[in-house]
Write a protein that binds this ligand. Structure first.
Ligand code: SF4
Ligand code: F3S
Ligand code: FES
Length: 251
């Protein structure tokens, strides 16, 4: 097998990368947060997923981080890469300097090192915002669904592309100050279910869920969410739309 390496400028050798990782195990009372450097040799097409696995396999099996799909679909590998939320499996080391930092996403409960419990927060948010289709009456499971215009299905699908990585919350200044803020992900979900014709909730029902400082009025239009969303969801447009609709309804 031929391995191709990115060469360090003028040296003829692959780069030696230093990943400075913020380590901490909250389950261990003796653990103190600290930075630990790991050096890996860069390979052609190397992602942070590959680099972290190499570190764990050859240098420190105790290093904690999450991956499932390795394809930007599951959202589990989000972390702060040089201070910016992003997906480790979709980040090529060639786009980083020879030295970079990796830290867990803020806002979410820390499991250890780079692993955070986004699932716990997402479940709580889903229950709070009731993010499922509310159909009137008892559904007839044998009935065919009403047809939906392709444009509408497309618009719902666009918002459904959210992979629940949490980057938008980790990159939001409001979320760092307000632990109950639902973030752009919560606002996006309300926008998505509001569009769905199978959901019989009224605009007022939806806006009751987000019409306070932990919802759309807490958003200070910082737009970090929009900048860091790895799926390029139209978060800015959705938040502005919800605001306008709420104002029109007199909220
Ligand atoms: Fe991630 Fe974007 Fe969904 Fe936020 S809206 S959780 S950044 S995919
Ligand atoms: Fe936060 Fe995005 Fe609003 S970054 S303040 S949710 S525009
Ligand atoms: Fe699934 Fe990165 S491992 S998005």
């Amino acid at each position: 097998m031929i391995r191709l390496f990115r060469k360090a400028p003028d040296s003829g050798r692959p780069r030696r990368l230093t990943a400075s990782v913020l380590r901490h195990n909250p389950a261990d009372p003796a653990s103190v947060p600290h930075w630990q450097d790991f050096v890996v040799e860069e390979a052609e097409g190397m992602t942070l997923f590959i680099a972290l696995n190499e570190i764990r396999a050859t240098q420190d099996p105790s290093l904690q981080f999450d991956f499932v799909c390795r394809a930007g679909i599951c959202g589990s590998c989000a972390m702060l890469i040089d201070g910016r939320p992003g997906l480790a499996c979709r980040t090529l080391t060639r786009d980083l300097g020879e030295r970079f930092t990796l830290a867990p996403q803020p806002f979410f409960e820390l499991i250890g090192d780079l692993s955070v419990n986004t699932g716990k927060w997402l479940r709580g948010t889903a229950e709070r915002l009731r993010t499922w289709v509310h159909a009137a009456g008892r559904p007839d499971l044998d009935a065919l669904e009403e047809r939906m215009a392709p444009e509408l299905a497309e618009a719902i699908y666009e918002l459904d592309r959210c992979i629940e990585c949490g980057c938008c919350v980790a990159g939001c200044g409001t979320a760092q100050m307000r632990p109950d803020f639902i973030g752009a992900i919560g606002l996006n979900k309300i926008a998505r279910f509001r569009l769905d014709p199978r959901d019989t909730r009224s605009d007022e029902d939806f806006y009751e869920l987000i019409g306070d400082d932990d919802g759309v009025f807490g958003c200070m239009s910082l737009l970090g969410c929009h900048d860091v969303c790895p799926k390029q969801l139209p978060l800015q447009t959705q938040i502005a739309f919800l605001r306008r609709r709420m104002a029109a309804l007199g909220f």
